[in-house]
Design a binder for this molecule. Sequence first.
Ligand code: KG4
Ligand code: ZN
Length: 337
Amino acid sequence: MRVLGIETSCDETGIAIFDDQRGILSHQLYSQVKLHADYGGVVPELASRDHVRKTIPLIQAALKEAGLGKEDIDGIAYTAGPGLVGALLVGATIGRSLAMAWGKPAVAVHHMEGHLLAPMLEESAPEFPFVALLVSGGHSMLVRVDGIGRYQVLGESIDDAAGEAFDKTAKLMGLDYPGGPLLSRLAEKGTPSRFVFPRPMTDRPGLDMSFSGLKTFAANTIAAEGSDEQTRADIAHAFQAAVVDTLAIKCRRALKETGLKRLVVAGGVSANHYLRAQLAEMMQDLGGEVFYPRTEYCTDNGAMIAYAGMQRLKAGVFETLEVKAVPRWPLDTLDPV
Ligand code: KG4
Ligand code: ZN
């Protein structure tokens, strides 16, 4: 069985073809980063218009890369939410319409389920059950995963997502959009422990998180200490250490509460080297295992959508002719497969 995956929920057009015997056959990605950089963040209307320009050519490129025609595709999976509604509508409309024209089923995929299942595309895939830490630009959450569609949200950010906190802090430090990876690179030159930022909400029980105070802490530190190159790097280091430490404390707590030993980390921030190193050390200490997607499947992509869609199509789940776009869509409302 082969599924075409379409991802257009934010600022990346991602198209991939997943084959249940051979894995990913093609993977096409177009990032709109340059388009939004001048504005310091994603401009939803520009994002939608660019998806209109890129989605069909990338689908053609994906078919060509895999050496396949439309008759070789058994179903189409598109991201239906959560995300920017205009951007979602582009992928959803194209996916739904192509499926109708080709006489194939279409399935609506939850973007965060896509992230959560992305490590399944790796050779050493985790077995259920596990705890998933999902850290992207739009969401930060800890989820108990007992199977496909069996998700219990254990905790989430009550304000900014981890990636959003990286991007906002990077912006006030004068870094380009999206600043997460740039801030992380700057942090490598920082002096550890010159500044120590708080670890929000770790002094009370529970698995919810809060990251919006850290950017204020960074702004106040810049105001007090100046912003020469070394000070900026030191602030970046302190900020990153605070986010990563907070996430690690919450993961440790979630594993203890659930009694599970497997941790999956996915979403854009899971590409962060410091986070990976800290969690690897922690899991070694706990005698457990940590699983990540490869870097290119940490951030938004079509491969994870094709994979997640395949799981539902195989179980006979598909949509009516409705074009489904759901900007807000709680992960724990999905049906188990
Ligand atoms: O999953 P993703 O591509 O999009 C959403 O679903 O939101 O995540 C993008 C987020 C951005 O906030 C970006 O700055 C962050 O992931 N990010 C990183 C790194 N790479 C991407 N944050 C910190 N360190 C990184 N290396
Ligand atoms: Zn994402």
